[in-house]
Design a protein around this ligand. Structure first.
Ligand SMILES: C[S@@+](CC[C@H](N)C(=O)[O-])C[C@H]1O[C@@H](n2cnc3c(N)ncnc32)[C@H](O)[C@@H]1O
Length: 278
């Protein structure tokens, strides 16, 4: 059913030119970010738990994680279900994901190198009980996601609050030439679009918004600088700019240690797949 508003067109606008750039060669673009993204995922671990707790999972389920990255969700999900297919277009991301799975003692996660755009459900990719698309290419075709799942589809992304890139960039702005100021997220072009597209397809999605963020404990400020410095290259003469950026997110503890914390929000939207009004 076509609704009164063309939500898909608005969603395309919301992706902007960055989306076109990413899609021209996603394997290359995302492969280059694998190490940085994985480091941010380690800082996000504590906050990721509430996202995994929101998923409706049974021990016998098979799960497909589209654009799994370093396995931020795929690995904790694998600890709760029978089998996870961790699909990604970037071999470097899958390598990191496999390493993380080994470290976590997970042996029921199977990586799959595939561009989601080339996936044909029932042909080169089977249906799974639960499908997850988090901050990924999967979010751009909700009809395809609906067809990939037997029990539930979960879509997730930042809820009109700082994204992982905003958080990372806030540490290097002014220090690295590579980091340009990003416009703040626009609430008018947020998960409301995804919700309305699903609504017009005949779905009544559920929605939860949870606190997300990046945090780490360090023995000292110097230890924090050393750990976070690896997230982006910058010339040594800009060290003072980097440190003053990091200082904004550090809290000193009475015992001399300090805590790094940047908080944001993530939405989780889910539905039971069904025939659609297309
Ligand atoms: C922002 S990361 C999200 C990682 C993970 N889902 C999470 O929530 O942390 C996006 C991931 O999607 C993958 N990706 C981008 N375009 C893709 C495509 N067309 N097909 C499959 N994976 C894709 C990237 O390689 C990257 O690992």
């Amino acid at each position: 059913m076509k609704g009164l508003v063309n939500w898909e067109a608005l969603q395309k606008l919301s992706f902007g030119p960055a989306y076109e750039r990413m899609n021209s060669d996603p394997a290359k673009m995302w492969g280059q970010t694998a190490v940085m993204y994985n480091k941010m995922v380690q800082l996000e671990k504590e906050y990721t738990k509430s996202q995994v707790e929101t998923f409706i999972l049974e021990p016998e389920d098979t799960v497909l994680d589209i654009g799994c990255g370093p396995g931020r969700l795929a690995i904790p999900v694998a600890q709760k279900v029978a089998r996870v297919t961790a699909l990604d277009v970037a071999p470097q991301m899958l390598e990191v994901c496999e390493g993380n799975a080994r470290l976590a003692g997970v042996d029921n996660l199977y990586t799959r190198l595939l561009n989601w755009d080339d996936a044909i459900i029932g042909d080169n990719l089977e249906q799974h009980d639960v499908v997850i698309a988090s901050r990924s290419a999967g979010l751009h075709d909700l009809v395809k996601l609906n067809g990939a799942a037997r029990k539930y589809v979960f879509v997730l992304s930042f809820a009109q609050s700082p994204s992982l890139k905003h958080a990372r960039d806030s540490l290097f702005i002014g220090a690295s030439e590579e980091v340009k100021p990003l416009p703040p997220m626009n609430r008018m072009l947020g998960y409301n679009l995804t919700f309305n597209i699903l609504y017009d397809l005949g779905i009544d999605p559920s929605l939860k918004v949870v606190t997300d963020g990046f945090t780490g404990s360090y023995g000292s400020r110097l230890e924090a600088y050393d750990d976070l410095r690896v997230l982006c290259e910058f010339p040594p003469e800009n060290e003072h700019i980097f440190r003053s950026n990091v200082d904004k997110w550090l809290l000193d503890n009475p015992d001399g240690s300090c805590t790094f914390r940047i908080e944001t929000k993530t939405y989780i939207m889910w539905w039971e797949p069904k025939p659609l009004n297309v």
